[in-house]
Design a protein around this ligand. Structure first.
Ligand code: FAD
Length: 333
């Protein structure tokens, strides 16, 4: 429901134009920001998600908030619950395909949930969910702490890595995680160990659950030559840049590898390298990447994903499962 009204520029949550009897009371043409009670945190309407995802596609979030602290995060959840809005948690948006129609409800962006604490005695580091994984990898290398060199080329957040069990070059999140703190829908927090996460290849218990990672603690190995660890980290990045199309918008690998095959090999052998629908193209450099060549819509990418699945299935009798998380409304094709 959209009503016209003449709102103040900033209002506090619960004020008359967002009442519990009328949830979706805002006009997309207004610039109403809602301040969460007791915080400086603003909930904003109609924020473009194309600017917040690595594919650079997707419509707007009905409401968007980027909390900086645990208190602001809790207030964001409370606000959404109060107004009966569905919640989507967004990290760096590097593994997401979001519909051109956007997402209804509240999108909570975690990128500002950033803090880092080193424990010299145990060689453990505790980081906020919004910390960029590449930045963490460089920080560890510069201290001479080994264990996260593989993470340097993964453009996600720590929270996204914990949820996705992100990994590369033979390393993965599950191997380094000591525990992750998650916020439950009832407002309490809980520490989860890797065993409790049910980790497997690019999956975890958290996928499909409404639990939010707030921070994570990783075990590293201290006492190495920083120059040596930095060189190794740098080598990983260079190797990826030379084999994967990092220069254009994508979500990294689109499909999971169906053991014992590599999805990229199956797609290449199906003659699909360079195949294009609208502005979306199967990358020449790495067939498991789909690129936004500049003008792609989420629908183009979705259609290309389906086309690849059908072609590979026809040739190999294998249905590729997407690794990318597909959110919002897409017309079945
Ligand atoms: C160029 C490129 C290269 C890539 N290479 C790799 C690679 O080598 N290995 C690899 O594993 N991945 C790779 N990826 C994919 C992606 O970077 C990872 O999956 C990453 O872990 C996603 O993190 P994110 O913060 O971007 O999560 P998002 O994409 O924002 O979200 C992914 C999922 O996690 C959920 N989520 C995010 N943060 C939280 C949180 N704090 N609490 C609860 N749920 C949360 C979201 O709701 C969503 O379901 C690549 C992507 C790109 C663009």
């Amino acid at each position: 429901m959209t009503l016209s009204y003449d709102p103040p520029k900033v209002a506090t949550a619960g004020s008359s134009f967002l009442s519990s009897t009328c949830k979706y009371v805002f006009s997309p043409t207004t610039e109403t920001h809602i301040r969460l009670p007791g915080t400086e945190c603003l909930v904003k309407p109609q924020i473009s998600l194309a600017n917040l995802t690595s594919f650079r596609v997707g419509g707007p979030a009905e409401w968007y908030v980027a909390p900086r602290t645990a208190t602001e995060l809790q207030a964001s959840f409370a606000w959404a619950h109060q107004h009966g809005l569905p919640i989507t948690v967004l990290g760096a948006g590097s593994n997401l395909l979001i519909s051109d129609r956007g997402l209804s409800g509240l999108v909570i962006g975690t990128r500002r949930l950033r803090h880092t604490t080193f424990n010299e005695a145990t060689a453990q580091v505790t980081v906020g969910a919004g910390e960029p994984l590449p930045r963490l990898a460089w920080q560890m290398a510069e201290r001479g702490w080994r264990g996260l060199e593989w993470a340097v080329g993964i453009p996600g957040t720590v929270g996204g890595a914990v949820v996705m069990n992100a990994g590369a070059h033979g390393g993965c999140t599950a191997e380094r995680l000591v525990h992750a703190q998650v916020l439950l829908p009832n407002g309490t927090t809980k520490l989860l160990t890797p065993e409790e996460m049910n980790y497997a290849y690019r999956t975890s218990l958290l996928q499909g659950k409404d639990w939010t990672v707030t921070q994570a603690t990783f075990q590293l190995a201290a006492g190495f030559d920083p120059e040596h660890v930095t060189t190794e980290t740098s080598d990983h990045l260079n190797q990826r840049r030379s084999t994967q199309p990092y220069h254009m918008p994508s979500c990294g690998s689109v499909f999971r590898n169906p053991t014992p095959y590599k999805a990229g090999w199956l797609i290449e052998q199906s003659g699909l390298k360079g195949f294009q629908i609208g502005g979306a193209q199967v990358a020449q450099r790495h067939a498991n990447f789909i690129l936004n060549c500049g003008s792609a819509t989420a629908t183009d990418i979705f259609h290309l994903i389906r086309h690849v699945q059908r072609e590979v299935d026809q040739r190999w009798r294998l249905w590729l499962e997407p690794e990318v998380r597909i959110l919002g409304d897409f017309q079945p094709i």
